[in-house]
Design a protein around this ligand. Structure first.
Ligand SMILES: Nc1ncnc2c1ncn2[C@@H]1O[C@H](COP(=O)(O)OP(=O)(O)OP(=O)(O)O)[C@@H](O)[C@H]1O
Ligand SMILES: [Mg+2]
Length: 259
């Protein structure tokens, strides 16, 4: 199948009964999922079920530019977030600018699908690395091709909102914590590279850093530019709470820490 458009009737009729049953099980209300799952992705979800990683896909949380996020439930009844990178719409140029220059991803360019899978793996690895460094990120649980499963941030009723959509009770504390996370990231030589109030979730008054697919190592030729932009986004955002800070000072303080 050449595009993500799937689950159209023609396609469905070709599925054997077992696969149809599996489809019903994973996506109870499959009409809402039709735009996202291509046949391969569906079969991969089937594998995640037979491997007991997930029990079902519950509902969509978000439809972004590059990925769709669903809440899922594990056989142990825990919630997980399932990030499915769309294989047809991801802007190739966008990915290339981050993967190029990352020594972990030195390879000749393969086809689009392979690169997207590399991207999902990169997000998985970055989550792992950051979690090890004690940055508050969702724990990565599994990466299968274009599907990344991680801890779900939120409660039974709804997923945690983005920082940009909440009113903080204690903005200074949240700001300080985000600065601490940036320092911790820098100490393991990682720059988020897309840090903003869109990629921080707030749950029980605590910030969670998400969307780390594009995070780069300090070896990346643009890493310090990305870091400056991250600092700018955060300091700019917190001005609404009357928190004034000097971007250059923050940059210098951060980069002075052990390299
Ligand atoms: N672990 C998680 N737990 C709960 N919700 C999540 C989780 N990860 C992502 N989300 C939700 O999905 C949204 C998009 O996730 P993310 O930023 O990782 O994807 P994206 O591809 O960057 O999307 P966009 O293109 O919109 O930026 C988040 O803003 C958040 O609402
Ligand atoms: Mg995002």
């Amino acid at each position: 199948m050449s595009s993500d458009k799937l689950l159209d009737d023609k396609w469905l009729k070709k599925l054997d009964r077992q696969t149809q049953g599996m489809l019903d099980r994973i996506v109870p209300n499959r009409k809402t999922f039709g735009e996202v799952f291509d046949k391969q992705t569906l079969l991969r979800l089937g594998k995640l079920i037979s491997d007991n990683v997930i029990d079902q896909v519950d509902f969509p949380i978000s439809t972004g530019k590059e990925a769709n996020i669903f809440r899922g439930t594990t056989p142990e009844k825990d919630f997980v977030a399932i990030k499915i990178y769309r294989t047809s719409t991801m802007t190739f140029k966008h990915i290339a600018s981050y993967i190029e220059g990352d020594p972990r991803f030195e390879y000749g360019y393969k086809n689009r699908r392979d690169i997207i899978e590399e991207w999902a793996r990169k997000e998985y690895k970055n989550l792992y690395l950051l979690r090890k460094a004690k940055v508050r990120v969702p724990a990565p649980l599994k990466c299968l091709h274009n599907i990344l499963i991680m801890d779900y941030i939120g409660d039974a009723a709804k997923a945690a909102p983005m920082l940009k959509d909440v009113v903080l009770r204690n903005p200074q504390k949240v700001f300080d914590e985000i600065m601490t996370f940036m320092t911790m990231m820098y100490s393991v030589k990682v720059v988020h590279a897309d840090l903003s109030a869109f990629n921080i979730l707030m749950f029980r008054q605590k910030p969670y850093i998400i969307d780390v697919g594009q995070a780069v190592l300090l070896d990346h030729p643009s890493s310090l530019e990305f870091l400056k932009r991250d600092i700018h986004n955060i300091t700019h955002y917190f001005k609404r709470y009357g928190i004034e800070s000097n971007e250059q000072e923050i940059f210098e303080k951060l980069t002075k820490k052990k390299k």
